[in-house]
Design a binder for this molecule. Structure first.
Ligand code: ZN
Length: 341
């Protein structure tokens, strides 16, 4: 089975009431960790790469690693997604590299930093939808502005600032009608990176009610939560215990994500938690075994630590057990599907 259009995964998730974690990758060990977790829990998966990741891997390494994952795990449906495309050109180049799903983030200008206008967002997103759907590729758009800077994306907003840029449900409805996106990233007060909230997020900093309102208006659009790492305190503790420094910080509680899944959230982006797990594991080896210098000595535990985070999220989001249930659909059939719309 392996590479499956993301639209198919999300449709299946919607039909069965679960969410799918989208994990960011930059290297072999991260892809291996996700695939090992998917095997163990029998989960369909979304593997995504930011522009920064594509630059880091020079595309070709990433493409071949993804093909290796598909070859080694024929029973796991995998979607390969461009995270935060900053322009139609970025999305088109991703499609040329074999990504079967792209995000056109037109909520920001091409610099990936400054918020753009609604008109600009519709223009660039519609352009990508036309190009992508003609090739069977899924498109995620974004309306509202997410906070935090990570990998060259995000508007630099902190938790409280981000509150001023929440997605307006009526505008979300208009945006989907104007662009035809398959999935929509919404701003509900989350931000990218490790420093999301300075206190445990409650109803006033994380506005889950916005998701409920958008889902009511757009019951057939798959909603996406960005910046949805939970920043587990025990992962921060490991980093601190072995010489690292992390300020006090809180992420998005898994229960809040589960609440979102009940209201149309189908894709949940998780990156920071994996970074924390990897960093803690490597720090621990360096601290406990100062003589270690074979990269496998620290990359293996790092991979295991990330695998555990992936397993935890796959189980919590409900995707576990569904790998064999998702039907394979060719890109050609997807073209026909979109033409009929
Ligand atoms: Zn994001």
């Amino acid at each position: 089975m392996s590479l499956v259009p993301m639209r198919i995964l999300l449709d299946h998730a919607a039909e069965n009431g679960y969410g799918v974690a989208a994990f960011n990758v930059n290297n072999m060990e991260q892809i291996q960790a996700i695939m090992a977790a998917a095997e163990e829990t029998e989960s369909p998966v979304i593997v995504q790469a930011s522009r920064g990741a594509r630059k880091y891997t020079n595309d070709a390494y990433l493409r071949h690693l993804m093909l290796a994952a598909a070859e080694l795990h024929p029973n796991i449906p995998i979607s390969m997604h461009q995270d935060h495309g900053n322009s139609p050109a970025t999305c088109i180049s991703a499609i040329e590299q074999g990504f079967n799903s792209v995000m056109m983030d037109g909520s920001l200008s091409e610099d990936g930093k400054s918020p753009s206008s609604y008109e600009y967002n519709v223009k660039v997103t519609k352009e990508v939808v036309d190009y992508a759907h003609a090739r069977g590729v899924t498109v995620e758009g974004e309306i509202g502005t997410l906070g935090g800077i990570e990998d060259g994306h995000g508007a630099g907003l902190t938790g409280e600032e981000a509150l001023k840029h929440l997605t307006d449900p009526s505008q979300a409805e208009r945006f989907v009608a104007d662009t035809g996106v398959d999935a929509l990233a919404v701003a509900i007060g989350t931000s990218h990176g490790a420093y999301k909230f300075t206190r445990k997020p409650t109803g006033d900093v994380l506005v889950m009610s916005v998701i409920e309102e958008i889902h009511k208006r757009l019951p057939n659009t798959h909603l996406v939560m960005h910046g949805s790492s939970s920043v587990p305190q025990e992962l921060l503790d490991i980093i601190r215990m072995y010489g690292g420094y992390m300020k006090e910080t809180y992420g998005v509680p898994v229960e809040e994500i589960q609440r979102g899944i009940k209201h149309g959230v189908r894709k949940i982006n998780v990156d920071t938690d994996n970074r924390l797990a990897i960093t803690g594991a490597i720090r621990k080896v360096f601290s406990c075994k100062p003589t270690a210098f074979d990269p496998r000595d620290y990359l293996s535990p790092a991979r295991d630590a990330m695998k555990q985070v992936c397993i935890d999220r796959m189980v919590a989001f409900g995707q576990a057990g569904y790998a064999s249930k998702v039907k394979q659909v060719s890109m050609k059939d997807m073209v026909t599907f979109y033409m009929g719309k």
